[in-house]
Write a protein that binds this ligand. Sequence first.
Ligand SMILES: *Cc1c(COP(=O)(O)O)cnc(C)c1O
Length: 391
Amino acid sequence: MSENSQKSSVETMLTHAGRNPEDQFGFVNTPVYRGSTVLFKTLADIEAQSQRFLYGRAGNPTTETVESVITDLEGAFRTKLVPSGLAAITIALMSCVNAGDDILISDSAYEPGRKFADGFLERMGVSVRYYDPRVGAGLAELMKPNTKAVLAESPGSLTFEIQDIPALAAAAHAGGARLIVDNSWATPLYFKPLALGADIVVHAATKMFVGHSDVMAGTISTTEEAWADVERVRTLLGFFSSGDDAYLVARGLRTLAIRMKEHQERALEIASWLEVQDEVSAVLHPALPSHPDHDLWQRDFTGSGSLFSFVLKPAPRAAVAAFVDHLELFSMGYSWGGYESLCLPVVIKNARTVQPWTQEGNLFRVHIGFEGVDDLKADLASALQRYSVAR
Ligand SMILES: *Cc1c(COP(=O)(O)O)cnc(C)c1O
């Protein structure tokens, strides 16, 4: 937001950025602005179009509060709040391409984003290809003259491969394409894709930014060079996030740093504990030394998130049901990022086209929330016991 907040610690930024109590009669938070019509006083005013706000769809002080916090955190030129994480992905992709262009998407990327590319962009005349998330500098060999965008998600939010963002950025730029990175897992607290060469960063704000499982939102942050295209597409398509939703994102953001710290600690403790349990054949958490991309994670990230996966030894469906059906604290559901722990059985098969998922056994993804860690371990220990009996 200001030069001052750029220099501050993230904790200070999260606490102070994007709000100005003096503008709100001394109240600490920017309230919910609800509005479509914005009034102009004179013909000269409406002709000049220089008022800070012109019409509801372009944003209001509540949405701007969120946007300036994320801009500060990502070190971006600007940020736009949009109705969902998926909307952030679709706008970002559309901002890069015209009919006849080509895009490359990580094989580990969020599945609804793939469906948008395959089901919509292809129909609009854009060719869509996928790449191995571990391709690194090898991306250069996949670039075509008409490749205009590369979409990475690091780590993949089901299988947790870390991508070499500086190498991908170099290859994308050499070929005249922009690099889009989904940074939902680490948040800008622990990973800064723009500083490593990305052009556009997207977030499922629904997850960590909101933090309480009670609203859907997305953000798009860009470099100065990429901004105009993103804002043009968003404006043309009419995407807008309400003041009510924006208020809840802003409220969640104020505690992001302390939540991430707790999520990180708890997730790591449970991941390490799972690694030594009998039924577990692998734990997919990039901050564990056993993870194949641990070195890359250590090079580029300063922390880790709430979310990881683990693989249990091969067993029939009945064992998976025995595991998840009687959990007492972990609940089953899509999404993640709230205060409550979640456990989701995952089948990768159809979500991959470059390389089949070859890991034997049953995959589970967990989000570690704020219940007592020992209570969570006990819940998982009982589930592992049930799995072992059913296997
Ligand atoms: C959930 C998610 C999204 C989509 O966000 P929505 O707000 O649910 O549309 C995008 N990327 C990742 C990594 C996600 O986990």
